[in-house]
Design a protein around this ligand. Structure first.
Ligand SMILES: Cc1ncc(COP(=O)(O)O)c(C=O)c1O
Length: 400
């Protein structure tokens, strides 16, 4: 009998299960929104990246439906062969205008945009200076490039300088950071990173996946937030979070965009995004350009919820945005907390190692413009109930 060559996978899965680290996937029976239907039950949604509530917005849905009628459902090819429709070019023009960048090029996802941009800009013999908490897609893009990777301590400019100094001499180097860090909700000090990049002649790249639609004027992103237009070479964007659809893009200098049309491998070797997705994204840009109402509501909701959580005694880390990490530390406690939230009708996923460092497990609450004040109050009440029950916060009545 031949040995089972896949037995090791069963062992690994079993081990993850025992450690409480096995990712369980919940299936939704409804569209995205403040509430979701899961297992036939209406749940308060604290998990989605649907920051502005656009994932089920009537204007985006109408644009997608109309695009299907005109353009069909599939792109038919990769962008460089026969997959570029007028719609793709229109979206790229509109995105560049919205972000205040010279040009943009779109990809199938934010992940693909990182995999396209980094290896096209640096390669063997070059160096990448990368924040220690950068997103997995940046890390994978860096690895794929075969450049030397030097991590610097999270948001620590002194440490970054030391790492750079220790790497001199180098010819070509890239400095890359998340703009808004997705697990903690804190911002990169992009103004300081820009100054360092200029001093050492580094290509500067920021991933704005959680910044666009959230920070900057009317959600124009992290570069706009710091007023750094023209000083950041490459911005990575995603259309799957605040924009509510799917897709990714690179915004930046025209030279870089022209280069990525030649050397961005997911652009050259993977089919284009569908016309319906692209039309929905254009409708999202329309909405963002027309009014700041949704972005303002997102921030009002974030501030209200965070204030309520702090007042209740929860540790919500170093968040500066509507991303609210409820820091619990222990992975098993976090799993249990998430399970209890679920039983109480609140969908808030546990995030543990390897997504965050060991001992830093948390429930990450993602707030949205779609939440009503009543939703936030309901969520706060459930968090307080479960927090007291599991000894995370004190029951103030009992203390008296
Ligand atoms: C910082 C960052 N970059 C890129 C991505 C990937 O974006 P997408 O979902 O569009 O592939 C994410 C998504 O979680 C992210 O947080």
């Amino acid at each position: 009998m031949p040995a089972n060559k896949l037995k090791w996978i069963d062992r690994e899965l079993e081990s993850l299960q025992k450690q409480g680290l096995l990712t369980t996937i919940r299936s939704l029976s409804s569209a995205q929104g403040a509430r979701l239907v899961i297992n036939g039950r209406s749940m308060l949604n604290f998990c989605s990246n649907n920051y502005l509530g656009l994932a089920n917005h009537p204007r985006l849905k109408a644009a997608a439906q109309q695009a299907i009628e005109t353009w069909g459902v599939g792109p038919g090819a990769v962008r460089t062969i026969a997959g570029t429709m007028d719609l793709h070019l229109e979206m790229e023009r509109r995105l560049a205008q919205f972000k205040g960048a010279e040009a943009t090029i779109s990809f199938q996802s934010g992940f693909a945009a990182n995999l396209a941009a980094i290896p096209a800009l640096v390669g063997k013999g070059d160096i990448i200076f990368s924040d220690a908490l950068n997103h997995a897609s940046i890390i994978d893009g860096c690895r794929l490039s075969r450049a030397g990777i030097k991590a610097y301590k999270h948001n620590d400019i002194d440490n970054l300088r030391r790492v750079i100094e220790a790497s001199i001499p180098f010819e070509k180097a890239l400095l890359v950071s998340d703009g808004v860090f997705s697990m903690d909700g804190d911002l990169a000090p992009l103004d300081k990173l820009a100054a360092v990049a200029e001093e050492y002649n580094l290509i500067l790249m920021v991933d704005d996946a959680h910044g666009e639609g959230v920070v900057g004027r009317g959600g124009r992103g992290i570069v706009d937030h710091f007023g750094l237009h023209g000083r950041v070479d490459v911005e990575i964007g995603t259309l799957s979070k605040a924009f509510g659809v799917v897709g990714g893009y690179v915004a930046g200098k025209k030279t870089i965009v022209d280069w990525l049309r030649q050397r961005g491998r997911p652009f050259l070797f993977s089919s284009a995004v569908t016309p319906a997705d692209v039309a929905a994204c254009i409708a999202a840009i329309d909405l963002l350009e027309e009014s700041t109402e949704l972005v303002d509501r997102l921030w009002a909701n974030g501030n209200y919820f965070k204030q309520g959580m702090r007042a209740a005694g929860f540790d919500i880390g170093r968040s500066e945005t509507p991303i609210t990490p409820v820091m619990l530390g222990d992975a098993a406690l976090t799993q249990k907390f998430s399970q209890r939230l679920f039983e109480e009708g609140v969908f808030g996923t546990a995030i543990a190692f390897p997504t965050v460092p060991q001992g830093m497990a948390r429930i990450r609450v993602m707030l949205s413009a779609a939440h009503l004040r009543a939703d936030l109050d309901e969520g706060l009440a459930v968090f307080k109930k479960v927090g007291k029950e599991l000894g995370v916060i004190q029951d103030k009545r009992r203390k008296i």
